[in-house]
Design a protein. Structure first.
Length: 319
């Protein structure tokens, strides 16, 4: 076979996804981060981008932060602006499902392409250091007296910490519709509000507050897991007599309209990335738990999770 014919055939196979990733040219990836800088989606997307490059499956990664409406603003831009783009990815997670349920935006996840679930994480509730309250029991006692006096701060409406706050209220006999929840567009805004004492209780993924907890700038009072987190002495809600458990997970979607072969090529790239040294370092640094689930299995998981979250939110009076 002539050399130019061989190279032409090689390129055609690579475009079609028939070649192993090692034989394909690495791609310039465009990563949509549907949140402001400083939060979980931002840190996940940037860690993933580095891992894609370190694994040799991305020549470069550009990031686009577009926060607001529990990710719906970024989702809309992603759906409308990346149709058929085999190099576009968007970080998302349980928070986006909650936002779609409560906000009913004109765009939906069904318009994009499910790729993989990456991590799972539980939330922690914290108090500002100057808080007059010392424990979750103190917070609950005041919540029962005057629900509106407890200002819960966290991610967008429909986030896991918002759902958890409503579930806590319901579990202790308070009307969830009466909770005073302040939604922030990004993790950075929520952290500033907590450090400034502008909210009574703050909630987020443990990794987002870890450094502030370690330095004593935030006082952790409860985690939403079934058991205490490894390496942490923060009590669970359940062991404090509040029957609430809820987890957070994060994943990645591809653009609308890509072929199954292009989808599978992106999944293969992600699979290589999560096996890289830099991803392992990010997992350890952020206390993330691996929750790999890809392709059709991930798509089915999202459908089931959407139904489960909606049922929980209806019971909690949120929708």
């Amino acid at each position: 076979m002539r050399r130019d014919t061989f190279l032409h055939s090689l390129a055609a196979l690579a475009v079609g996804g028939a070649l192993p990733l090692s034989a394909q040219a690495s791609q310039a990836i465009k990563m949509m981060l549907p949140a402001n800088p400083g939060g979980g989606w931002d840190s996940t997307g940037r860690a993933l981008g580095k891992a894609l490059q370190d694994a040799g499956v991305a020549s470069s990664v550009t990031y686009d932060n577009k926060g607001g409406a529990a990710g719906a603003i970024g989702l809309a831009q992603f759906v409308n602006g990346s149709k058929g783009d085999p190099n576009a990815m968007m970080v998302m997670g349980a928070v986006m499902l909650g936002g779609i349920i409560t906000g009913k935006p004109p765009v939906n996840l069904t318009q994009a392409t499910p790729l993989a679930r990456l991590t799972s994480e539980y939330n922690v509730f914290v108090l500002p250091t100057n808080s007059p309250y010392k424990s979750m029991a103190d917070v609950v006692a005041q919540l029962k007296k005057d629900p509106g006096s407890i200002k819960w701060g966290g991610g967008s409406r429909g986030s896991t910490e918002h759902i958890a706050a409503a579930m806590i209220a319901r579990a202790v006999g308070v009307d969830p519709a009466k909770i005073n929840y302040v939604a922030f567009r990004g993790g950075g805004e929520a952290i500033s509000a907590i450090l400034g004492g502008n909210v009574t209780v703050g909630g987020s993924g443990y990794s987002e507050f870890a450094e502030y907890i370690a330095t004593g700038k935030m006082k952790p009072i409860a985690v939403t897991s079934a058991q205490r987190l490894a390496g942490s002495n923060v009590p669970t809600l359940k062991e404090q007599g509040i029957d609430v458990e809820i987890g957070n997970w994060r994943g990645v979607y591809g653009a609308p309209g890509i072929s199954r072969e292009q989808r599978d090529a992106l999944i293969a790239s992600l699979d290589k990335a999560v096996k890289s040294k830099s991803w392992a370092e990010a997992m350890k640094k952020n206390d993330w738990t691996s929750a790999w689930l890809a392709g059709d299995a991930f798509a089915n998981f999202v459908d089931n999770e959407f139904a489960s979250l909606r049922a929980t939110m209806v019971k909690s009076g949120m929708v």
